[in-house]
Design a protein around this ligand. Structure first.
Ligand code: GLN
Length: 422
């Protein structure tokens, strides 16, 4: 099993004691580890060994954790199934023969298979929450700015955060306590998590909690998924929570806006991989243009190429206003809608994914189907808000996740509510 979960299985021992002493952690392979290969699931970085640790890795070490491996992922974080990895697919330990979700599929699978107590992933448009939902574990996407991105190899830097996985909400919260907080090396971090006690918030107390259910996030979802979602909400109601419908009219534009912004940022972030400064080299034969082209042709897979081409197009002169600027306007509208909905409820709830896990290979040739599967997760990244995915139950034996979304830096509220379920 572990062969397809980890790209590198080197053990990195942390300090002798600390809050994570004795805990094993899997780290997504786009998070830099000093002296240990960090590939981003790509041939482009197959041999890349970072000379420094990401801030989250330094914090893991200081907290006494043992890193047991670098986890498989969709190439550069681009995907929803972990099948775009250059190193091959990862099976879903909770539903063998199905994808583990993505892009942090190896991280979620490591926890689901018991290969690690905890794991780190990154979430640009759902990449922590989707695999958490598909593998039946807990995943948290922190508020933008809560966790340092120093040493995270960027895909869509205005959208992404590193986030924790655990078998229970309390486990994931304990890992969040270790990684959250300001960092001089990432100017987008804020001090809200500096004195955090997220694990203490996992009391399961939902008495009096008001839950808004955005009707738009149920539209088009699989029937079995929706049924499981309502059952989980019923459990929260039994424990004293109340729910009512709310509306997020702008989310119908969220997938389009997300993909324009994410691909635009990706086209810029991935420009550094040219085989000279960074990445796979196809060799130099006297012509630099051909040298760069060959390195990128050989180093990147199809999905990454597709996104670089589309992102470059969206940013090009003459199209910038039509696509990129329009997507930024939609992003502002989505943010505003969430603010309004969160003034009418403490948290918002939806299925994390509108569908159960695909069979391995099933969705490979249909990128559009995959992009649409991100409908419930990407709006949260556009709005910079925190969210958690917690196991809600199963449909036809396949795991279903419940997503809770809260106000900026409202992680404690999400942890308190979600811990009523897992
Ligand atoms: N599935 C989304 C994408 O492909 C999200 C990926 C992510 O969060 N890294 O962009």
């Amino acid at each position: 099993m572990s062969d397809d979960i980890f790209i590198t299985e080197e053990r990195i021992e942390g300090a002798e004691d600390g809050p994570l002493a004795g805990k094993t952690v899997a780290v997504k392979d786009n998070i830099s580890t000093d002296g240990v290969r960090t590939t981003c699931g790509s041939r482009m970085l197959e041999d890349y060994v970072p000379p420094y640790d990401a801030t989250v890795v330094s914090r893991l070490k200081a907290a006494g954790a043992t890193i047991v491996g670098k986890a498989n992922m969709d190439e550069f974080g681009m995907g929803t199934t972990t099948e775009t990895s250059y190193f091959g697919e990862t099976d879903n330990p909770a539903a063998p023969g199905h994808v583990p979700g993505g892009s942090s599929g190896g991280s979620a699978a490591a926890v689901a298979a018991g290969e690690a107590d905890l794991a780190l992933g990154s979430d640009t448009g759902g990449s922590v929450r989707c695999p958490a939902a598909f593998c039946g574990v807990v995943g948290i996407k922190p508020t933008y700015g809560l966790v340092s991105r120093y040493g995270l190899i960027a895909y869509g830097n205005s959208l992404e955060q590193i986030g924790p996985f655990g078998e229970t909400v309390e486990d994931a919260a304990q890992l969040l306590d270790v990684i959250a907080g300001s960092d001089d090396r990432d100017a987008t971090t804020r001090s809200e998590g500096d004195d955090s006690s997220y694990a203490d918030a996992a009391t399961g107390d939902v008495d009096g909690l008001s839950i808004g259910v955005p009707t738009e996030l149920l539209e088009g979802a699989d029937e079995g998924v929706v049924e499981t979602f309502w059952e989980a909400l019923g459990e929260l109601e039994d424990r004293g929570a109340e729910y009512h419908e709310v509306s997020l009219p702008s989310v119908e534009h969220a997938v389009e806006a997300y993909y324009v912004i994410a691909m635009s940022e990706a086209s810029s972030n991935l420009a550094r991989f040219d085989g000279v400064r960074y990445g796979h080299s196809g060799g130099y034969d006297g012509n630099w243009n051909e040298t760069f082209a060959r390195a990128r042709e050989e180093g990147f897979g199809d999905e990454v190429k597709r996104r670089i081409l589309l992102g470059t197009y969206a940013l090009s002169a003459g199209y910038h206003d039509k696509y990129y600027k329009k997507a930024q306007d939609a992003r502002a509208w989505v943010k505003q809608d969430f603010d309004e909905a969160l003034s009418e409820a403490d948290v918002l709830a939806s299925p994390t994914m509108p569908v159960p896990p695909f069979e391995l290979g099933e969705s490979l040739n249909d990128p559009l189907q995959l992009y649409l599967a991100d409908a419930n997760t990407v709006p949260v990244n556009l709005a910079d808000l925190p969210a958690i995915s917690v196991p809600a139950g199963e449909t036809d034996g396949l795991p279903v996740g419940l997503q809770l979304v809260g106000p900026a830096f409202g992680e404690e509220r999400l942890i308190r509510a979600a811990s009523a379920l897992a």
